[in-house]
Design a protein around this ligand. Structure first.
Ligand SMILES: [Zn+2]
Ligand SMILES: [Zn+2]
Length: 216
């Protein structure tokens, strides 16, 4: 079965503000992300769902998000849920899957949100236009048509009933370890500092990962 995976289709659409009937904070996510697309709309729905389910947590209880793809949707989670790489409460696992797991720091109970692959049947016209646009071969009319379809899809994501879009499950997890501060070591090849546990040994010398992976 071929399904439409909006999150993996990242392109600048030229739509920087959404004029549809949307909640105010959706535009906050769009502003941060830089454009309107189905991916940011999905991320927004995920983020709002998590926000709602964890609304009763105490102010000092931090929400952690584990996301299993690197795409448009992640930006909505950063803006709406305040989960960021810098704070260490955004964890990325490169699985290319539409899975978003949320939990309170230190808690074993988690909310697992997975997007149903059936939520978006393939739209051959949208896909064809997307390919043309990416190759720079789309006419102005085709670009306009693509934007309309893209916007329509984003709107549909915002309006879809939750149960059509997501499978939501409460699960138990092993809470990830708290961030530890490691000493800095100096790479014997490039002379740059790196975090201790990420050191590698190459020909008996301590080096950083890029130097370790560099071809001779
Ligand atoms: Zn996007
Ligand atoms: Zn190095």
């Amino acid at each position: 079965m071929i399904v439409y995976y909006p999150l993996l289709h990242h392109i600048h659409t030229g739509i920087n503000y959404f004029y549809g009937v949307v909640p105010l904070d959706f535009n906050k996510a769009v502003e941060f992300h830089g454009h309107v697309c189905p991916g940011i709309a999905i991320g927004y729905r995920v983020a709002k769902l998590a926000e709602e389910r964890f609304r009763d947590r105490a102010e000092d209880e931090e929400l952690v998000a584990v996301i299993e793809n690197k795409s448009c949707s992640a930006d909505a989670i950063q803006v709406i849920n305040g989960c960021t790489f810098g704070k260490g409460n955004l964890i990325f696992r490169d699985h290319g899957k539409h899975i978003y797991t949320f939990f309170k720091r230190g808690d074993k109970k988690a909310l697992r949100i997975s997007m149903k692959p059936t939520a978006f049947p393939t739209d051959p016209r949208h896909t064809a236009l997307f390919a043309k646009l990416r190759e720079g071969k789309a006419s102005p009319e085709e670009a306009k048509e693509f934007r309309a379809l893209h916007e329509e899809k984003s709107q549909r994501v915002l309006d879809m009933p939750e149960e059509e879009l997501f499978r939501v499950k409460e699960i138990e997890i092993e809470p990830p370890e708290k961030a530890i501060i490691y000493p800095t070591l100096i790479c014997s090849e490039c002379g740059e500092g790196f975090m201790e546990p990420l050191g590698r040994v190459k020909a008996g010398k301590l080096v950083c990962i890029p130097c370790f992976e560099e071809k001779e």
